[in-house]
Design a protein around this ligand. Sequence first.
Ligand code: ASP
Length: 356
Amino acid sequence: MTASMNTHDEKASILLIYTGGTIGMIENPETGVLESFNFQHLKDNMPELKKLGYAVSTIQFDPAMDSSEMGPDSWMKIVRIIADNYQLYDGFVVLHGTDTMSFTASALSFMLENLSKPVILTGSQLPIGMLRTDGKENLITAIEIAAAKENGVPVVPEVCIFFENDLLRGNRTSKINADNFNAFRSYNYPPLAHAGIYIKYDTQQIYHPVSRKPLKPHYLLDRNIAVLKLFPGISPQVVESILNIPGLKGVVMETFGSGNAPCYDWFLAMLKEAVDRGIVIVNVTQCSAGSVEMHRYETGHKLLKAGVISGFDSTTESAVTKLMFLFGHGLTSEEVKDHMNCSLIGEVTIPDTFRP
Ligand code: ASP
């Protein structure tokens, strides 16, 4: 970690995009169920917003959405808002339900090409109106990070998730806890910043755009993707029905350990047949941390021979949204495989020794 940078820019302008989620929810007095509420509820419960010293503007999804109902259309909506307002603000904070926040963060990282400003997603486990809420701290720190500049340049020009003290690269995250305030992890990439008394940025880990090209927003995503999670005893019917979904283009296959799967003849034959039909099958591990290495065990090696490609240390969230993005742009299976074998925006670590 480098020394903390106190990079407050008094006049920084931030656009707060409220999409929904617990942070702005309120308890229905009759049923006790948490329901999305008008953004005004958030503002009323957070007078601190005005005290921050930044010019914070807000925009909200109408209706606010539980993140379990979000997907490509909502991601496009967020991208559209950011693209339309890109020149007007120094940074963007997206308030989002925690359940699918990692998918949204991954998708946005691919859809916002040449991003040179912070896009910080955050939310909370308890509604902002509750006494013990984690929402206020998350929101205030996310705004500070979105506003942070060093020599006039944004400190974190990336799509990130800030949650409970840590700033994480969005396309490296997964939600790992349904109860705790500390709900997100990035097991295969270090935090970009830690917020204690000061916000300490790890500048070595932060991605900075190499070119000064203008933002290029993307709106094309292909939903013909499936996730095949292996388990001991998986039946041919399950595998066959997934690999034969009409229109299917890509599969993220969650395997065991360092990318291993059963060596049943029927299984390998089904995979090979699907690959021969042009379906891209990406091997990611079910383990929370570590990378797929298909050369390591015979079981992994057989997958390689069947035409399965490695997802290396990608999260499922990142692999799914990357496939949606690549197929959405009309790439052929071979082109998609080439792009899966490289890092587009820091979402995967490709070993130096890797030869496609
Ligand atoms: N169900 C909520 C959502 O993801 C949970 C949360 O916000 O934490 O929208």
